[in-house]
Design a binder for this molecule. Structure first.
Ligand SMILES: NC(=O)C1=CN([C@@H]2O[C@H](COP(=O)(O)OP(=O)(O)OC[C@H]3O[C@@H](n4cnc5c(N)ncnc54)[C@H](O)[C@@H]3O)[C@@H](O)[C@H]2O)C=CC1
Ligand SMILES: O=C(CO)COP(=O)(O)O
Length: 328
């Protein structure tokens, strides 16, 4: 039995904990809130983040870091990107130095432009690290529905080994040596899901959504490559695959947030939408690299309150005509 500790008891952390507990691993779900972790442990359900999906009896819960991480062979970090550095610092004394660290956040740290692997490498320079990303709604995975994701590491041997350990009969992991591409794909698809949702919320129709998705993918690829990703990775599960999922379902919190934005609704109290936190820094990373990313740019301005949805659409449609295959 492998001891797996999942750090972060939100929707995705709970789903992954449920997956690995069901498949015979000694699995501990760690969260910072003692009362909530006790409640999840007793009720066998995460009522706040993953309601209506019963958790396996084998899953243990804990709010005590030392106990939760002792002897862990694999540690999954499943907290929002903006909290990852703080969480790493607070857990540093307890994470075993040889545990495989699996990073599951899909975002960019706003204040620094760092992706998860750079944040974690600073606190845990000795540990082997893998990044897990791809089309995977928490509710689907927690319900035992099948999907496939990419697991990337610096070095294909490590990625292959991580895939062996993380794949189950319903959760198929594909190995990649392209950490930058997998991280960029996972974060940028959230920004595009906001834009696609916004178009639907504003009543612009399915054709506009498909156009935004496709041109958004061009931007995802351009910026992803400028950040060091490979084109094949960005066309894979963590880029195109996850983009298709999140732009086609209101189950996506980013798409749902975009719809509320498009309808002009109050968005306070909506669930985590990582794209909201990543859009501004993604726009800055594109600008600094001379990458043409107009959808990302207008979205960042809308979220800042500098532009209305209608103004943004007018600006996008009024851009000079270009050839579709132009690369920059
Ligand atoms: N929900 C999903 O279907 C998927 C989510 N992801 C990614 O996983 C990451 C986490 O997402 P969810 O679990 O869905 O979010 P969530 O909003 O459901 O839960 C976030 C969890 O992180 C905890 N947290 C936040 N700040 C913390 C801190 N400073 N210290 C300790 N814990 C803290 C919260 O208490 C909560 O339990 C995001 O980056 C998301 O993009 C990836 C794939 C699927
Ligand atoms: O990343 C996800 C599915 O792969 C979840 O998307 P949302 O965060 O938009 O719900």
């Amino acid at each position: 039995m492998t001891r797996i500790t999942i750090v972060g008891a939100g929707a995705w952390g709970t789903a992954l904990a449920s997956l690995y507990a069901r498949t015979g691993n000694e699995t501990v779900l760690y969260g910072r809130d003692a009362a909530r972790m006790a409640e999840i442990g007793t009720d066998r359900i995460n009522a706040r983040y993953l309601p209506a999906i019963p958790l396996p009896a084998e899953l243990r819960t804990s709010s005590m870091a030392e106990e939760a991480l002792a002897g862990a062979r694999i540690v999954l970090f499943v907290v929002p990107a903006q909290s990852l550095a703080t969480v790493c610092d607070s857990l540093a004394p307890f994470v075993p130095h040889d545990a495989l660290l699996v990073l599951c956040s899909k975002g960019i740290e706003r204040s620094t432009g760092r992706f998860a692997s750079a944040i974690v490498a600073e606190t845990f320079p000795e540990n082997p690290v893998a990044v897990l990303s791809g089309p995977s709604f928490a509710a689907d995975v927690a319900s035992g529905l099948p999907t496939a994701v990419t697991v990337a590491a610096n070095g294909l041997d490590l990625a292959d080994a991580a895939c062996e350990r993380l794949s189950t009969d319903t959760f198929r992991c594909y190995a990649s040596g392209d950490v930058a591409g997998v991280e960029a794909g996972g974060a940028l698809k959230n920004v595009m899901a906001l834009a696609a949702g916004m178009a639907i919320g504003r009543g612009l129709g399915e054709s506009a959504k498909a156009a935004i998705l496709t041109r958004g993918f061009v931007e995802l690829r351009r910026l992803g490559e400028a950040l060091g990703g490979q084109p094949e990775t960005l066309m894979g599960l963590s880029g195109l695959g996850d983009l298709v999922l999140t732009c086609s379902s209101a189950q996506s919190r980013n798409f749902a947030y975009g719809m509320a934005l498009g309808r002009g609704e109050d968005r306070t109290g909506l669930k985590l939408a990582e794209g909201v936190h990543s859009a501004g820094i993604a726009a800055r990373l594109a600008r600094e690299r001379g990458i043409d990313a107009p959808i990302i740019a207008v979205l960042a301005q809308i979220l800042n309150g500098e532009l209305s949805v209608d103004e943004a659409m007018r600006m996008l449609l009024a851009r000079p005509l270009r050839r579709e295959a132009e690369t920059a």
